[in-house]
Design a protein around this ligand. Structure first.
Ligand code: GLN
Length: 497
């Protein structure tokens, strides 16, 4: 049984379609593993979502971030205000996965309305990092990342507005891909910042990410911003990086990068060169203003998107309110958490008459400058590379009182979101946290031009092979505890290939 949990999604799908293992058996093993959730990764687990027996994902259970609407199944977006909300329809992403043969294993915990970088903003309690339970899994797709990293799901989907797939993937030692804006439909995804939100896969390896992306991508008449990826997506097979040019932004001399993260980053650059790739510095002069622009644009859009939660149409309604206005006020006061309220206030202010041009308008101009910087870099280079996160997983509670410190987690991930381009985080090694302690995963981020997902996956695949990181689940799932026979090479400190 434990052997089935070791299989990559691609390997399992192959064996299921060859009839070597049954979809029912594979699904049952994963449901049992998910039932052993000791990380608070799941908010809901499916009893039986029968998987199809054909399709590229036949028999594969997928953990789904709890902001994808699932018909009849509670969908909360990590918020009290949506407690008890059972959508009348299913998100296109979930529908596409099912059409490819997959089933929904469960709905995963997340920062409320996807606002956060540590999962501590969930109304349903924080998720724990499978590598160290006293540390955060990252956010906002922390439940999805912890489930995959912790052996509670073979693969998952999440959403990324400013880093919420890549950063938790990095902190949990797995692969996370944010596709080009428009590659995947947003229909049925509870909106945070509509010009930035994108769905994407969280998986153990790059091949599995390609497999999920292939099923998810495509134009959807229900989302006018979706266009899909021309030519589709195939399993990557490239083994070298010869002829490919990788740019390191000069602005990377960011003093908040932990020494251990910097070391793994530099080792990875050396591996790129070993594989025949060229590495050189480039300028992304406006990228460092990404955080400032993002934290105007995202809250502004969020303040508009979240206006609909008024106690009338969705989820909870505060009782014993005198009149309609009081009912709105009490519902929103009780239903939203602190970070969501902070963003609504910031966003409403930034959009208010007289300030609109000064804040939102200006932030949009910075956004265009950042996109232009990437355009210039991609005229000379195939990829731009950075660490995914300035640090390894930090301790629970370490940054909850300091929103600005929390926002700085997104320093390396926000610029690609603003530019709408694809980026992937792959585990590149292990590093000690600042202040010492057992080693934790470090992610390496690769960004590519819009719709160059295939090229991105090929490079990530070649690099992944030489890094040889063991993304197999640590001993957290009930099955692993019971069997106690799981060996991790990555944890023993040898992340090298
Ligand atoms: N951490 C960022 C934020 O809080 C990004 C979140 C996301 O990508 N959904 O907004």
């Amino acid at each position: 049984m434990a052997e089935l949990l070791e299989l990559s999604v691609a390997a399992a799908a192959e064996r299921i379609s060859a009839g070597e293992i049954s979809a029912d058996e594979y699904g049952a093993v994963w449901r049992e593993a998910a039932a052993g959730d000791d990380l608070n990764a799941y908010l809901w687990r499916g009893e039986d979502d029968p998987a199809a027996s054909d399709g590229p994902l036949a028999g594969i259970p997928v953990a789904v971030k709890d902001l994808f609407c699932t018909e009849g199944v509670e969908t909360t977006a990590g918020s009290r205000i949506l407690e008890g909300h059972r959508p009348l329809y299913t998100a296109t992403s979930v529908r596409r996965l099912r059409e490819a043969g997959a089933s929904v294993l469960g709905k995963t915990n997340m920062d409320e309305f996807a606002m956060g970088s540590s999962n501590e903003n969930s109304a349903y309690g924080p998720v724990r990092n499978p590598w160290d339970r006293e540390r955060v899994p990252g956010g906002s797709s922390g439940g999805s990342a912890a489930a995959v990293g912790g052996g509670l799901a073979p693969c998952a989907i999440g959403t990324d507005t400013g880093g919420s797939i890549r950063q938790p993937a990095s902190l949990c030692g797995i692969v996370g891909l944010k596709p080009t804006y428009g590659a995947i439909s947003r229909y049925g995804m509870i909106a945070f910042a509509s010009s930035l939100d994108q769905c994407g896969p969280l998986t153990r390896d790059v091949t599995d990410a390609a497999l999920l992306l292939a099923a998810l991508q495509g134009r959807d008449p229900c989302d006018s911003t979706s266009v899909g990826i021309e030519g589709g997506v195939e399993a990557p097979s490239r083994e070298d990086l010869s002829g490919l040019r990788f740019a390191v932004p000069a602005e990377l001399a960011h003093d908040a990068i932990e020494p251990g993260v910097r070391q793994v980053f530099e080792q990875t650059l050396a591996r790129i060169e070993e594989l025949g790739g060229a590495v050189a510095e480039t300028g992304l002069p406006h990228a460092e203003h990404g955080i400032s622009a993002y934290y105007v644009i995202a809250p502004a859009e969020a303040s508009a998107n979240l206006a609909r939660y008024d106690g009338v149409r969705y989820g909870m309604r505060a009782g014993e309110a005198g009149d309609l206005i009081e009912m709105y006020e009490r519902t929103r006061a009780d239903g939203f958490g602190d970070e969501v309220k902070r963003r609504i206030m910031l966003g409403t202010y930034a959009l208010s008459s007289g300030y609109y041009e000064a804040y939102y308008g200006r932030a949009q101009k910075v956004r265009t400058k950042i996109a232009d910087d990437y355009g210039a870099a991609f005229a000379e280079f195939d990829f731009v590379v950075t660490p995914t996160s300035p640090s390894v997983a930090f301790r629970l509670g370490e940054k909850t009182d300091d929103p600005l410190a929390m926002y700085m987690n997104d320093f390396f991930t926000v610029p690609m979101s603003l530019a709408g381009i694809p980026a992937i985080s792959i585990p590149a090694g292990l590093a000690e946290p600042e202040g010492g302690g057992p080693e934790l995963p470090v992610g390496f981020q690769i960004a590519a031009p819009a719709f160059a997902e295939q090229r991105l996956l090929e490079a990530a695949y070649a690099l992944e092979r030489t890094i040889g990181f063991d993304s197999s689940p640590p001993r957290s799932g009930a099955l692993y505890v019971a069997q106690g026979n799981k060996k991790r090479t990555g944890r023993e400190g040898d992340a090298g290939g």
